[in-house]
Design a binder for this molecule. Structure first.
Ligand code: THU
Length: 130
């Protein structure tokens, strides 16, 4: 398991690759699976709604390499005290890792949450079957 400071470093490094010319708000994520850490940054589009958050980029990278089990995600944003994941990211992360720990940081301090507390009464696979 990666040390938390190492995960924060990876999320910070990923934020350096952010393509955020419209918002000027770089975000980096480091998603820890059973085997390794997958990083992601936000990628913005001139058609704004096509923007992808750092968290979903990291998740897509990991899943596309066969990962199925996730422990923690660090979300780094230097321009916010703490950058909580948006609703879309909460949902997608919950679909694949309901027990995920979510660590928010500006590089100086960090706060830790359970994803299940950030998305109470979540919509999930079981709701599709009755
Ligand atoms: N953003 C993320 O990448 N992750 C978050 O948790 C919140 C917001 C991005 C989307 C957009 O590129 C920029 O931050 C401003 O909303």
């Amino acid at each position: 398991m990666d040390d938390i400071q190492n995960l924060i470093k990876k999320a910070r490094e990923a934020s350096g690759f952010s393509q955020c010319r419209y918002s000027g708000f770089p975000v980096g994520a480091a998603l820890e699976s059973e085997h390794k850490v997958y990083s992601g940054c936000n990628i913005e589009s001139s058609s704004y709604s096509l923007t992808i958050c750092a968290e979903r980029v990291a998740l897509a990278k990991a899943i596309s390499e066969g990962e199925t089990s996730f422990k923690r995600i660090v979300i780094y944003a230097a321009k916010a005290d703490f950058c909580p994941p948006c609703g879309a990211c909460r949902q997608l992360l919950y679909d694949y890792a309901p027990e995920l720990q979510v660590i928010l940081t500006d590089g100086k301090n960090h706060q830790t949450y359970n994803l299940s507390d950030l998305l109470p009464i979540a919509f999930e696979e079981s709701k599709l079957k009755k």
